[in-house]
Design a protein around this ligand. Sequence first.
Ligand code: SF4
Length: 382
Amino acid sequence: MNFTDIWRQHDFGEVSRRIASKTPADVGRALAKPRGRVDLEDFAALLSPSAGPHLEAMAQAAHRSTVERFGRTMRLYAPLYLSNACANVCTYCGFSAHNKIRRKVLSDAEILAEARVLKQHGFDSVLLVTGETGRVGTDYIAHALRLLRGHFSGLWIEVQPLDQDDYARLGSEGLSAVMVYQETYDPAAYARHHLSGPKADMAYRLGTPDRLGRAGIRKVGLGALFGLSDWRADAWFTGLHLRHVETVHWRTKTSLSFPRLRPHQGEEIPVTPFGERDLVQAACAFRLLSPEAELSLSTREGAEFRNKAFRLGFTAMSAGSRTNPGGYASEPESLEQFAIDDDRSPAEVAAFLRSQGYDPVWKDWDKTYDGFSRAVPAEAAS
Ligand code: SF4
C-alpha cells in the first residue's frame, strides 16, 4: 500500500486529540518497552504533554539507544545551494516565487568553486539544494552530480519531488540520498501555506518516499516544518511515514530533521509554538521509535542549544552552512533561504565534538560498498 492511502485513513485533528489524551501511565508503559519495541501508540504518548515531566528519562533512554547503535560519532555535512529559483509560493520561505529577489542558478565553474571550499573544510558528503522549478530539473541535477561525484563520496539532494524514473536515473549518476520534507501532514495547513505552484499538490509530495524506495535510492530524509500546525500531530504523522518506509522499503535508510521556522524574506506568518524543549522531546521520541534512523540537528539552531542537545539521539549535524547559492565562494551576500543561528566554522564544531569525546565523521558512504563506478568525467577532473 502507498503511504498516501495510509495517510488518508487518519484524520489530523483526531490524531491531535488522541495525543493530547495520553496519560502519564501511557508514557510509563512506552518508556518501559525494550529498545526497538516502541509502537505508534507508545510514540503518541512520548509526544504528548504528559511526557513533559519525563523528559529527563526520555533523554537518557534516547542517548543510550544512540550510543549502542552509532557509538559516540557525529556525521557532519553542509548544504550546497545550487539555485534560489522557485515556481512555488510558500508563505514561510525567502525563495518563494512572490518575493522580488534576484534569481540565480550556479554555473559549472561556480558549483566547482563552492565544492572546493567545502572540501577544504573536510566535508566528504554534500547536500545539493535547489528551489523547485523546471529551470533546475532532472537534467541540471544530473549534470551537477556528474560534476561533483569525483569530489565527494556522498551526494544528497533536496530538490523538487520527481518521478520514479528520474530518481533511478539520478541514482545511476551517483545520487546517494534525497531529503523530501512534507512540511506538514495537516491538509488544511498545507493548503494555507502552499498557495500556488506544483508544491500545492500535497498527494504527489506525500508519495515521494515511496517513489524513492522503488527507485532504489539508498537513503530518504523525512520531516515536517514544525510550527506550521500542531507539532505533536505533525511529528506523529512523520513517525507513521518513517515506519512505512522502514517496513516497505527496508533496503532504504532513513534520516529525520527537525526544522523550525526561521526569519526569512517576506511577510511574517502565524506560527504554532515549537520551542527548544519541544524539539528535544520530539527528537527523543523519534529515537525511541526508531533505533536505526539518522537524526539531524541543523544550524537553524543556536550553538548553545546544539552543544547541549547533540547527545540526545542525534547522529548528524550541519556545520558552517550557507543557505544562498554561491554563499561559500562567489556570492556570500546573496539572499539566504533562511537565517542560520549557529555560525561556527566546521572546524570549531568538530573541535567541540572532540572535546566531548565524540568523533566527527565527514563521510557518509563509500561507493565501493555497492559497486558504483567512480569514473571521473572529464569536465569534473579539469
Ligand atoms: S520552500 Fe522550497 S518550494 Fe517553497 S518557496 Fe522555498 S524553495 Fe520554493
